[in-house]
Design a protein around this ligand. Structure first.
Ligand code: FEO
Length: 391
């Protein structure tokens, strides 16, 4: 198949990874992904923006051959992570005159990760430009989306922003451009939740910088391109804002039904008070779904039975994930059951200690909950509803 020409003499030459189901051996990819790479032909030189994950390097090579195997002068590296950079050494082997164009931080990482020789690099600074002849790439540093070296490239004449992971979605699709906004919204939100969310403040700053550009097309390095850039930029503005939704995220597990009974009761009590509940049975859930729910929720309640003197390991994992992803939640609590003792609340609280949340009075119950325990859950629901209304 001939690679798609997304604009005249700009070809999408990357690879669609239809079957991949896990990233970093951690992140579920229910819809696969793509590693987008773009060939830009100028009147004087040709640039390749990013490469592909090494197992699919042959697809990049086939696509380059299909567009006539032009000499590549520049390989622009926007991000050192190997799903984009990993095939650069092969491209350099095939194009001995090509130089890697990147920022100094990324250069250092590429030398460490891929052992690319120092003399193959051209360093570019923030807002520096590279002319391809009739086409000008402007490099804009956008650190921490999601590594410290990440940057974007703006093709001035065509007003295309090449954004790498920023605005990307793990979505294997034959669409070059977004057609089904609902599907892309979900996939992009999942991607934001899993790797961008801890860097909300950087993202807000970068969105403000990029808002000053006239952008016709955002071409990320995962998922389809956005020919209506406001769709994804507005979504990012919302996700990265401090606005929280009247929602409780309730990840839990239960071994013998006591914690489950508490979760059921709290769920009903919250719904009665007009609070949306997003509940995740951790023995069965896709952690990506949990991450998505954490993007907006005002409150996190962890439902944990006590096992071996502490919280059930599945809830430990969820709490650790919440601590690492740094969602904008404002309140948190713990509910659960224990047999004879334990440090469940202390352990879980310590795992989310870095979140800027007010801890609401936990409800921990010995054995199966009694009337008084259900009353405590009603009180917790009252408190959550009142806190949400006061926001
Ligand atoms: Fe798609 Fe951070 O790599």
């Amino acid at each position: 198949m001939k690679p798609r020409e997304i604009k005249r003499e700009i070809f999408s030459v990357g690879a669609i990874d239809w079957d991949r189901r896990l990233f970093d051996e951690l992140i579920p990819l229910p819809d696969g992904t793509s590693y987008n790479s773009y060939l830009i032909v100028g009147s004087e030189s040709t640039a390749l923006i990013d490469s592909v994950d090494p197992p699919l390097c042959h697809v990049l090579e086939e696509n380059l051959e299909a567009v006539g195997n032009p000499d590549i002068d520049y390989v622009v590296c926007l991000h050192a992570e190997q799903d984009h950079s990993g095939s650069i050494p092969r491209v350099l082997d095939l194009h001995p005159r090509a130089k890697v164009v990147t920022n100094p931080k990324c250069k250092g990482m590429l030398i460490d990760l891929l052992h690319i020789p120092e003399e193959r690099f051209i360093e570019v600074g923030d807002r520096e430009t590279l002319s391809l002849g009739g086409r000008t790439l402007e490099f804009i540093y956008t650190p921490w989306v999601h590594w410290p070296e990440t940057m974007t490239a703006y093709l001035r004449e065509e007003k295309i922003l090449f954004s790498c992971d920023f605005f990307g979605s793990h979505l294997a699709t034959s669409d070059a451009f977004v057609t089904d906004e609902a599907t892309v919204y979900e996939a992009a939100k999942r991607y934001y939740a899993e790797i961008m969310m801890p860097f909300r403040k950087f993202i807000r700053k970068h969105l403000a910088t990029l808002a000053k550009l006239d952008i016709n097309l955002i071409a990320p390095s995962h998922g389809p391109a956005y020919d209506k850039p406001s769709f994804i930029m507005d979504a990012y503005r919302d996700w990265a804002s401090d606005n929280v939704a009247n929602e409780v995220v309730l990840p839990f597990t239960s071994m013998h039904g006591s914690t489950k009974a508490m979760v059921e009761h709290l769920t009903r009590a919250l719904i009665e008070r007009g609070v949306t509940v997003k509940r995740f049975d951790l023995a069965r859930t896709d952690l990506g779904k949990l991450a998505i729910a954490l993007v907006d929720a005002a409150t996190i309640v962890l439902g944990a039975p006590t096992v071996l003197g502490g919280p059930h390991p599945l809830v430990v994992q969820a709490a650790y994930l919440a601590g690492a992803l740094k969602p904008k939640a404002k309140f948190a609590s713990v509910i659960g059951s224990y047999g004879w003792g334990g440090r469940t609340v202390e352990t879980l609280s310590s795992l989310i200690a870095n979140l800027n949340v007010e801890l609401l009075e936990p409800v921990m119950v010995q054995g199966f909950p009694r009337e008084a325990d259900f009353a405590s859950l009603e009180k917790l629901a009252d408190e959550i509803a009142a806190k949400h209304q006061a926001l």
